[in-house]
Design a protein around this ligand. Sequence first.
Ligand code: ADP
Length: 316
Amino acid sequence: MRMNVISVKKAVKTYRNENSAASIRAVDNVSFDVEEASCFGFLGPNGAGKSTMMKMIYCRIERDLLLNSDISIFGLDPAKTPLKIKYLSGVVPQEDNLDEELSVVQNLQIYSKFFGLTKKDASGRIDELLDFMELTEKKKSPIRNLSGGMRRRLVIARALIHNPRLLILDEPTTGLDPQVRHTIWQKLRDLKEKGITILLSTHYMDEAFQICDNIIIMDKGKKILEGTPKNLLKDNMEKYVLELIKVKRNELHQFIGDTGKVRVDDLREPPNLFSDNFDTLRIIADKLEDGEYYLRRSNLEDLFMKLTGRSLNELQ
Ligand code: ADP
C-alpha cells in the first residue's frame, strides 16, 4: 500500500476582518488524505475555499489551531516546521509571478539559489527542466516574449527546481487555450509517473476528470463529496443528459409521453432531462429538430449543479 503524503483532519480557516465584526470561514471542517504519487484535486467555483486549503498545506497561511484539527505533510505539521515542508514541496501559484526583468534561464537560476543548489547542479537541473517543459529554445528569451502557455510551463519548471516530492498547483490552466491545457495535463501525468504527488485546485470539471485520481468537490468552504471522478459520477448521476434548447418545461409532456423514466431538472429553463438509459433520451430527441437538443454523457459540472443548484463557473 502507498503511504499518505498529506493527511488533513477537520481543517478550519477563518479570516477575520479587523475593521468589522464580520469573519469568513473560508475552509470549514475539511478532512482528506492524499496518497504518494497520486493526483488529488479540489474542484469548486470561485470562493469555494480551494486556494485557502492549499495555502494551509504549503505554509502560506496558518490554519485555525483547534484541538481536534490537524494537518500533516510528510508527517510534519505546517504550523511547526514550515521550512522543512517548503523544501519538500514546489508551488505553482495562480498568478505567473515571474521576474519580467530577467530571461527564462535567469528566472530558474534565482530559484536554484534560494534552494542552495551549486552552480553545476543548478545548470544540469535547469537544462533537464527546460527540456522536459519544452522550453529549451526559449532559454535566453526575455519573459515578455513568452506566450501564456510558455509562462505557465516555466512557472512549473521553477517549482520543480529543487526536486520536490510534492507539487502544488493553484488553478494551473486557468486562462490558457485548450491545446496548451492538454500539454500541461500530459506533463503533470508524466510527473506523477515519476513518483511526484500532485495537489491542484481547479474550477474546470474536465481538468479534474482528466488528471485527478481523487477529488474533493468543495462549495462555500465545505467538502460536499469526495472520490474518484468516475465513481462520483457513477454513484450520484444518471449516465446521460438531454439538453433541451427550445422546448419549455410546460411543453414537455408531448415529448416525454410514455418513454419511461427520465429526471427533469428543476434548475434551468429549458430544462435538462437525465436518464441511465441512452435510448430513452434518444426517443425523445428524435421528436425534436436538429439544433433543438444536445445529447451527451453527464459530467462533473452536471453533478455540481445537482448538488448545489449553481454552476462551477458562475460569478459569485
Ligand atoms: P477559491 O480558491 O475556491 O476561489 P478562496 O480560498 O480564495 O476560494 O476564498 C474562500 C473565501 O475566503 C472567499 O469568500 C474569499 O473571499 C475569502 N478570502 C480569501 N482570502 C482572504 C483573505 N486574505 N482575507 C479575507 N477573506 C479571504
